[in-house]
Design a protein around this ligand. Structure first.
Ligand code: TXE
Length: 470
């Protein structure tokens, strides 16, 4: 890519002294340089966002809804460019449920958000007095995003923040900063200066922009999507400034398959529930429990479907899955698979490929004690546990510190729904897994996070309540 990428701060591209390389995980080639910002550059971004907040926070909601539509239009006009950058730095294929799909969702999310509203709520209006609940924007929102869905997660953070009258400083993951830099640059073309700002840093150069944001006096809220460990650090650093927090952290979602399923019919849904984005998805299915009556048929059907999926360079139009995004994640998946191989039966894959490629891997004969089941793999490998007693299965599924999502698969939807309600997780699906939609609140219980995103509930999290009594 020949394009130079710059920070967006205030009304212009903002130059910094040093950069760091961003690498294509499919090939190892350097695809661009991202600015390696200092904490002084972060201060400049926060100052620009604070200065823009004064005017932006008092614009009408109608104008901010129109701004979301303008953003959607602008990104739609530039969709192919964004998808190309995303594939080059993230590795996911252009086609299928890949980069073009992600950009489409980004545009759709901005359009959906433009229809949301936070009207004043009347709590009481009688001879004793009038009580109104107003929702007020917070100020500068700091958004910290990961490398799995860099553009979509950025939109999940930015759209509700600005619709509710806040301004934003966003920091993408150092693994995938370029698509966000370009997206925010495009967004800034249709917004007043300073409403959205983007700062990138390498994490290894010592500036720790994410940590500095979490502690920053000028930032009123952090919305963070990433690992549980970093989420804890964000929460600690945010304490002294009493920041509002939305934390969407790791998951280790259980999928429970009952004995009555039609194995062939559920195989495609199960496959994508597990392997969407190469398994590098917070809310994907990460532990599969199958009743003994259906176990062999389900595993066979899953393996057969997986064999139809082409893994390759993200830029090849024929690829359906790409490589693992980075070496850290590749090493984690390799370790968990190596451990599972020594304890269970490899039904598919199991051997690392070239570079960062790792084939879809399915290993049966495991239990909750095996690390591929008990740890979040965040990659293209699934451990399968066979169970016999339906009374035990909910306890096995709930035996986790995480609680992001979960699913129950059955021909009897009412029975599945009842079991789904017993799962300790923020979203429980029936006969699907990982489907997210902009009108349904999404968030984790237990160590999977704090608060929810999406819809009216997600939007409210970008505001403080003020009660006016008269
Ligand atoms: O995440 P980090 P990493 C899980 C997955 C993966 C693990 C580690 O299991 O193996 O996390 O991935 C920024 N204060 N998920 O190391 O560190 C960082 O620069 C504030 C699940 O990439 O959490 C990046 O922008 N921020 C997850 C963001 O935090 C800090 C998606 C996320 O990186 C910081 C990705 C600090 N001290 C990985 N240090 C999901 N929920 O979808 C780093 N960051």
């Amino acid at each position: 890519m020949s394009k130079a990428f710059s920070l967006t701060i205030g009304d212009a591209a903002y130059a910094v002294d040093s950069t760091f390389d961003v690498v294509n995980p499919s090939t190892g080639a350097v695809v661009g340089q991202a600015p390696d910002a200092s904490t002084e550059d972060l201060d400049a971004a926060v100052a620009a966002a604070n200065s823009a907040f004064k005017a932006w926070s008092v614009t009408s909601e109608k104008d901010r809804q129109a701004a979301c539509i303008a953003i959607a239009d602008k990104l739609e006009e530039n969709a192919e460019e964004l998808a190309q950058i995303l594939t080059r730095e993230q590795g996911k294929p252009l086609g299928g449920i890949g980069s073009r799909w992600e950009v489409e969702k980004v545009v759709a999310w901005a359009r959906f958000t433009s229809k949301l509203s936070l009207p004043v709520e009347g709590i009481q209006d009688n001879e004793a007095g009038r009580v109104e609940l107003h929702r007020k924007p917070l100020g500068v929102v700091g958004s910290i995003t990961p490398w799995n869905f860099p553009l979509l997660i950025a939109m999940w953070h930015v759209a509700p923040a600005i619709l509710s009258g806040n301004t934003v400083v966003i920091k993408p993951s150092p693994y995938t900063p370029l698509s966000t830099l370009r997206m925010i640059e495009l967004m800034s073309e249709v917004l007043p200066a300073g409403v959205v700002n983007c700062v990138t840093g390498s994490d290894s150069s010592g500036s720790n922009i994410g940590g500095a944001m979490s502690a920053h006096e000028g930032i009123r809220k952090i919305v963070f999507t990433g690992s549980c460990g970093t989420g804890e650090k964000v929460m600690e650093s945010a304490a002294s400034t009493m920041k509002r927090l939305t934390l969407e952290l790791g998951g280790n979602d259980a999928g429970i398959v009952l004995g009555d399923v039609d194995a062939e019919a559920i195989a495609p849904g199960l496959f994508w529930g597990i392997f969407i984005n190469n398994g590098q998805t917070c809310g994907s299915l990460k532990r599969l429990y199958v009743h003994e009556d259906a176990h062999d048929q389900v595993v066979d059907a899953l393996v057969a479907f997986a064999k139809t999926i082409k893994v390759g360079d993200g830029l090849a139009e024929s690829s359906v899955l790409g490589p693992i995004q980075n070496q850290m994640q590749f090493d984690k998946v390799s370790r968990l698979v190596a451990d599972a191989k020594s304890r269970g039966d490899v039904k598919l894959g199991g051997e690392p490929g070239e570079g960062l490629f790792f084939p879809p891997t399915i290993i049966t004969g495991l239990s909750n004690d095996d690390s591929l089941v008990s740890e979040e793999q965040f990659g293209p490998a699934i451990g399968v546990v066979k169970y016999t007693d339906q009374d035990d299965i909910i306890a096995m599924a709930n035996d986790s510190d995480n609680g992001l999502g979960g699913s129950v698969w059955s021909s009897d939807v009412e029975k599945a729904r009842a079991l789904a309600g017993q799962l300790e997780c923020g979203t429980a699906w029936v006969n699907k897994h990982g489907a997210l939609q902009p009108n349904a609140p999404f968030g984790g219980v237990k160590k999977s996070g704090l608060g929810v995103e999406f819809g009216d509930e997600g939007l409210k999290a970008y505001t403080d309540i003020q009660v006016i009594m008269s």
